[in-house]
Each structure stands twice: as structure tokens, then as C-alpha cells.
Write a protein that binds this ligand. Structure first.
Ligand code: 13P
Ligand code: ZN
Length: 288
């Protein structure tokens, strides 16, 4: 099996064109288009990972060991024998929207959790590797499994409005940025009652940013990366996008008010409490 390109071509075809994955690819294309349209994915900005292990049986997964093998910088024991659909490094969301299969790869984590196989649609062509933010994606994916969370998707985007917010010193803390975002629009509080995490600027693509981001995801579904963008989780790529979109709306309202010289009032504590009477325990947890 190993080294036989015809076999690999057939296997890739089976994987990439698995009937059950069709809606997943359709949703990837749709969200990639939104990211591009919003201006949140300039050049190759943004990436995602989706845990698709559940779409394949053990026999199908076993066959993936035939693909080229690469070491990981850290070991992810809980991800051993898991399969992820991951955006390719350097790929453009605007191209992803048109043709997702050509801009993603699958990565299959080996038995030890310390290396992965890359499965591309065309194994005879150039080998396109996974996103440079793989350490953060795998760390979050492992944390989701450990928490037995339902979310299977991690999405990263350069959300202009949120990046701009992290450029403002008064909002470079978790407490301050959440207070602002919740105050700008009631939906933010309703849909993201745990708020966002905030990670001070850290070099992208490193284990360091992955570790810092993990801390943020202990309590949140979205984590802001200062002066860079954000990471979000969701049950689908669409849900991960929604979690980001809600926050971007709040930030936009803030900047819109500021742009006409108004300091926005924000929802009062009384108003926030009224909204959160539907979410028991919230007010005591977050408001002093
Ligand atoms: P990749 O093209 O490697 O996914 O990088 C894009 C990015 O946004 C890095 O933070
Ligand atoms: Zn980025």
C-alpha cells in the first residue's frame, strides 16, 4: 500500500468525496465566503480545524497511515487516531469559498499523538501542509475532547473590529473588554454569557500562543488575540462564525458611536441583570 500512488489517489478520492462530508464542505465554502466578504480574511488570513473522526470507521482510519508522516512539536495523547479537516497554510478564504477540497487537507494523528499523516486531495501533486496555527488548533481540539464538549470546530479569523478594539489600552484586559462588548448589544450577553478570553500579543504559530489560548478556552467560546484576531469554537463552522460575528457587531456599534464623537452609554447593570435573569447565576458570577 505505502508508496503506491494509485492506491493513495483512490483513497484520497474516497475520503474527500465521502457523501456524509458533503454538507461540511458546503458549509466551509459558505463561511469562507462570509469571512472574505467581511474583510476578516485578507491574503491567507484565517484558518480552521474540524474533528471529523466520527465520520469514519476504524478500518477506514487505519488505512490513513499510508500517507506521509510528520512530527508534531508537542504530543497530543488524547488526539491519537483522530482525523481533522484543516485549512491549508497559505490558502486564501476567497479561494476556499470557490473550491474547498483544493484548499484543505486532512491530518490523521498517529498512535502516539506525536506525529501526523497529511492527506491531500491529489497525492501526486504538491504536498500542501496544514495551517501554521496547528499547535493552537490541536491544543484546543484536545481540550474539547478532554472536557467532553460538543464542539468540533475551531475557527481563526482576523476580525477587523475586534483587532481594533485590542489596540485600545483601556480594553486590553478580559474584564474591561467583556464589559464593553456586553454593554453594546443585548445579544452579546445572551449568546456569549461567559464572554471572551483575552491573550496579550504573542508570536503566532507557536506552542506559546497555543498554551496561552488554552487558558482562555477553559471558560470561553471565543478568545481574542491582541493586535491579531480571534479564535472561536462551535459545533459547526457556521456556529463558530456566529460567535465571532456577534462580538464584531458589538465592537462595530462602539466604533460607530465613537466615530461621530459620542462615548456610547452601554447597557446599565440593571439592564444587563434584566437580560440575564433568564440565565441563572450569571450576574453573581460576573458583576461586582
Ligand atoms: P495560515 O495560512 O498558515 O493558516 O496562517 C494564517 C493566519 O491567520 C496565521 O495566524
Ligand atoms: Zn492569524
Amino acid at each position: 500500500m505505502i508508496g503506491n500512488i494509485d492506491n493513495l489517489l483512490n483513497l484520497s478520492n474516497d475520503i474527500f468525496h465521502k457523501k456524509e462530508l458533503k454538507p461540511v464542505f458546503a458549509q466551509i465554502s459558505c463561511i469562507a465566503q462570509y469571512l472574505w466578504d467581511r474583510g476578516w480574511a485578507e491574503r491567507n488570513a484565517g484558518n480552521f480545524s474540524i474533528n471529523v473522526t466520527g465520520y469514519f470507521n476504524d478500518k477506514e482510519l487505519d488505512r490513513l497511515s499510508a500517507y506521509p508522516f510528520f512530527p508534531l512539536s508537542r504530543t497530543y495523547p488524547d488526539l491519537a487516531n483522530s482525523l481533522f479537516l484543516v485549512s491549508g497554510t497559505g490558502t486564501r478564504m476567497r479561494e476556499m469559498a470557490k473550491n474547498a477540497t483544493e484548499n484543505v487537507c486532512f491530518i490523521y494523528i498517529g498512535d502516539s499523538g506525536s506525529a501526523y499523516h497529511i492527506i491531500v486531495e491529489n497525492p501526486a501533486g504538491e504536498l500542501a501542509g496544514p495551517t501554521s496555527e496547528l499547535p493552537t488548533h490541536l491544543s484546543i481540539q484536545q481540550q474539547l475532547l478532554q472536557k467532553k464538549a460538543s464542539e468540533k470546530v475551531v475557527l481563526h479569523a482576523h476580525v477587523t473590529e475586534l483587532i481594533a478594539l485590542t489596540q485600545l489600552m483601556p480594553y486590553t484586559s478580559e474584564v474591561a473588554v467583556n464589559s464593553l462588548l456586553w454593554g453594546m448589544h443585548p445579544e452579546t450577553l445572551l449568546f456569549l454569557p461567559d464572554g471572551v478570553g483575552f491573550i496579550p500579543f504573542t508570536l503566532p504559530g507557536t506552542d506559546h500562543i497555543a498554551m496561552a489560548t488554552l487558558k482562555g478556552f477553559e471558560r470561553h467560546k471565543v478568545v481574542l488575540w491582541e493586535k491579531h484576531g480571534c479564535m472561536a469554537v462551535g459545533n459547526s463552522i457556521s456556529e463558530a462564525f456566529d460567535n465571532i460575528d456577534i462580538l464584531a457587531k458589538s465592537a462595530k456599534i462602539y466604533f460607530l458611536c465613537k466615530s461621530i464623537g459620542i462615548e456610547p452609554e452601554g447597557l446599565s447593570n440593571v439592564q444587563l441583570k434584566a437580560i440575564h435573569d433568564t440565565l441563572p447565576g450569571w450576574f453573581d458570577k460576573f458583576m461586582i
